[in-house]
Ligand binder design. Structure first.
Ligand code: ADP
Length: 231
């Protein structure tokens, strides 16, 4: 279980997050939904300990700033940071070494295969199309088999096949008891996936709903009901 309590983040004088508190249960797909600039990336980066903030974020009662917890977190950023001189396979092997992974080869091959990257294995980082970079980014983030997976705008730039594979994979990870947090501003992309959605605007939580609580309503209707109410 991930517990965020009273998170406030300021960049200089600009307050990007204001007193956010929420709880994410194990084995669920959670969404941070909100327009550009709402504070989604800032929240994700705070969870993984990349930013300083006020408040506390704990996974099963231990701060996510602690190394033992950080190892359980897998963050897949919106923009891939690849090495121009490493091939696709070398990128994967590099991550395996950094995380000291044993017996990772089957998992590596299955991830590459799933995202149709096997035929691209020998290509260098700077030879990959944007979509392929995005797919490699996903494979790299998932290789260490993290318990808590953070995906920042994961569908952007992916082709329909990769989107379908990613959605299937997210549901498989959930079935394995992993917790997933997706940040996005595209409601359609997560309509079939979400268990809990936290709607953010101007650095504040405007709604925190589970699929059960939303009843028959589509997420889009929940979103517009909340944002129009605010307006
Ligand atoms: P989102 O991911 O929802 O688009 P962000 O978390 O990137 O939102 O940004 C939230 C707010 O914080 C925005 O107003 C943005 O301009 C500001 N912000 C984000 N990163 C920085 C930074 N490094 N320095 C100053 N302001 C920032």
């Amino acid at each position: 279980m991930l517990t965020a309590e009273h998170i406030t983040k300021k960049y200089g004088k600009k307050e990007a997050l204001h007193d956010l508190s929420f709880v994410l249960q194990d084995g669920t797909v959670n969404v941070l939904l909100g327009p550009n600039g709402a504070g989604k990336s800032t929240m994700m980066k705070s969870i993984i300990g990349l930013l300083k903030y006020e408040g506390s974020i704990e996974l099963d009662g231990i701060s996510t700033k602690e190394n033992e917890v950080r190892r359980k977190l897998g963050y897949i950023p919106e923009l891939p940071a690849l090495y121009p001189n490493l091939t696709v396979r070398e990128h994967m092997e590099f991550i395996a070494r950094v995380y000291n992974l044993k017996n990772y080869k089957d998992r590596m091959n299955s991830l590459l295969d799933r995202f149709e990257m096997t035929s691209q294995e020998k290509k260098f980082g700077d030879e990959l199309s944007k979509g392929m970079q995005q797919k490699l980014n996903l494979c790299l983030g998932l290789l260490p088999d993290p318990d808590f997976i953070l995906l920042d705008e994961p569908m952007i730039g992916l082709d329909p096949h990769a989107i379908k594979e990613l959605k299937n994979l997210i549901l498989e990870l959930k079935a394995q008891g992993k917790t997933i947090l997706i940040s996005t501003h595209i409601i359609d992309s997560i309509e079939s996936l979400w268990d809990r959605t936290i709607i953010l605007a101007h650095g504040e939580i405007k709604a925190d709903v589970t699929r059960e609580e939303s009843g028959e309503r589509k997420l889009e209707d929940v979103f517009f009901a909340v944002t129009e109410e605010q307006a």
